[in-house]
Write a protein that binds this ligand. Structure first.
Ligand SMILES: Nc1ncnc2c1ncn2[C@@H]1O[C@H](COP(=O)(O)OP(=O)(O)OP(=O)(O)O)[C@@H](O)[C@H]1O
Length: 312
C-alpha cells in the first residue's frame, strides 16, 4: 500500500537538546500506526512537525506522495493533541460546529456530522452544556469527535485514552478500527505499550530523539522471540521431561515453559511428550510483549526502569 506519510531524515534541536535526531519512517495508507517512546523521547516534537506547528531543522515530510504543505494539507489531517484545546465557556454544540467549519465543512454538513457522531458516542444531551462542565473523559470524547468529524485522511491521536473509563475507551477504540477500515490512516502516540500492541499494525519506537525500532507489531515480536513455549500436560512423564530438543525454563503443576533449542522444532517437543504417554492439553508459543522488547533494547538504563514501572 502506498504511504500516506513519509518522514525523511527529520531533525529538530532545541538549543543543544536533540529532540528529533535524524528520524525516517513511512506510514502505509489505512494502517493504524503506533508512535512509541518514553517521556521526552521526541514524539510530540515529531507530531508538531507532521502537523506543521514546527518546521524541521532539516529533513523532509511527504504527505500523500508530495512535499508536505501545511496550508493545503492540514485540512486532510485531524490532530488530537495531548493537551486539550477547547473553549471553556462556549456551548459544546457551538464549539463542535465552529471547529468543523474550520476544517472546511459547510454549516449543513457540519451539523449533520455532529448529530451523527454525538448520537453514536452517547453525547446527545451535551449540545447546550459548556466545556467547563464536562469531566476530563467527556472532554476527551468531545475532542475526539472534533478531530475525526471531517473524515481526515490522516488522524493523529496523542494519548487518546487518557482519562477515559473502560466503556468509553472501548467506544473510541472501536471507532479507531472503523475509521481505519473506511480508509483513514491513524497515528497513535503513547507511552502505553499494551494499548499499541492491541490496536496498531505497525510501530516506530523512539528513544532520546532516535528511532530504535520500526516494523509491524507481529514482525517485531517474531524478531525478538526467544523460542519459548507453554505446554500444559497431564501424566507423570511430564514432570521429568528432558530431551536435547528443549530446556525447561519454568515448571508448575501440569504446566511447563520450555525453550526449544536451535535445530529443533515444536514437533520434536510434542513427539517426545506424546511418546512418554503424557496427555497434552495445550501447546502455545510465547511471544514477547512490546514492553519486554523495549526493556531489552534499553536494558540497564533509567528508561528501562521507567517502563518496568509502567508495566507494574
Ligand atoms: N520547547 C522546548 N524547549 C527545549 N527543549 C524542549 C522543548 N520541547 C521539548 N523539549 C525537549 O525535547 C525532548 C523531546 O520532547 P518531546 O516533548 O518531543 O517528547 P515526548 O516524547 O513527546 O514526551 P512525552 O511523552 O513526555 O510527551 C525532551 O528532552 C524535552 O525536554
Amino acid at each position: 500500500m502506498s504511504p500516506i506519510l513519509e518522514v525523511q531524515h527529520l531533525k529538530k534541536y532545541y538549543a543543544t537538546q536533540k529532540a528529533v535526531d535524524d528520524i525516517s519512517f513511512s506510514i502505509p495508507s489505512g494502517s493504524i500506526f503506533g508512535l512509541l517512546g518514553p517521556n521526552g523521547a521526541g514524539k510530540t516534537t515529531l507530531l508538531r512537525m507532521i502537523t506543521g506547528i514546527f518546521f524541521p531543522d532539516s529533513g523532509q515530510i511527504l504527505f500523500d506522495g508530495r512535499p508536505f504543505q501545511p496550508e493545503t494539507d492540514l485540512v486532510h489531517i485531524g490532530y488530537m493533541p495531548e493537551e486539550r484545546g477547547l473553549y471553556k465557556k462556549m456551548k459544546i454544540g457551538d464549539q463542535a460546529l465552529y471547529l468543523a467549519r474550520l476544517k472546511g465543512l459547510s454549516k449543513q454538513e457540519a451539523s449533520e456530522k455532529i448529530r451523527y457522531w454525538f448520537g453514536k458516542l452517547d453525547m446527545d444531551t451535551w449540545y447546550n452544556k459548556k466545556t467547563q462542565d464536562l469531566s476530563k473523559g467527556m472532554g476527551q470524547k468531545l475532542q475526539f469527535v472534533t478531530t475525526i468529524l471531517h473524515r481526515p485522511k490522516l488522524i493523529i491521536l496523542d494519548e487518546p485514552f487518557s482519562g477515559l473509563d473502560p466503556v468509553n475507551a472501548n467506544l473510541i477504540k472501536d471507532e479507531i478500527y472503523e475509521l481505519a477500515r473506511a480508509g483513514s490512516t491513524v497515528i497513535f502516540s503513547t507511552h502505553r505499550m499494551e494499548q499499541v500492541e492491541e490496536i496498531c499494525d505497525r510501530i516506530v519506537l523512539v528513544n532520546q530523539g532516535k528511532k530504535i525500532l520500526d516494523g509491524t507489531v507481529a514482525g517485531v515480536k517474531q524478531d525478538f522471540k526467544e523460542n519459548l513455549y507453554r505446554l500444559d500436560v497431564a501424566g507423570a512423564a511430564a514432570a521429568n521431561g528432558a530431551h536435547p530438543s528443549f530446556d525447561i525454563v519454568q515448571q508448575n503443576a501440569g504446566s511447563l515453559v520450555l525453550r526449544i533449542n536451535n535445530g529443533y522444532s515444536s514437533n520434536d517437543v510434542l513427539s517426545y511428550y506424546i511418546g512418554q504417554g503424557a496427555l497434552v492439553s495445550s501447546f502455545q508459543e510465547i511471544l514477547p510483549s512490546l514492553n519486554d522488547i523495549f526493556i531489552k533494547l534499553v536494558e540497564g538504563t533509567p528508561l528501562a526502569r521507567q517502563f518496568q514501572n509502567v508495566q507494574a
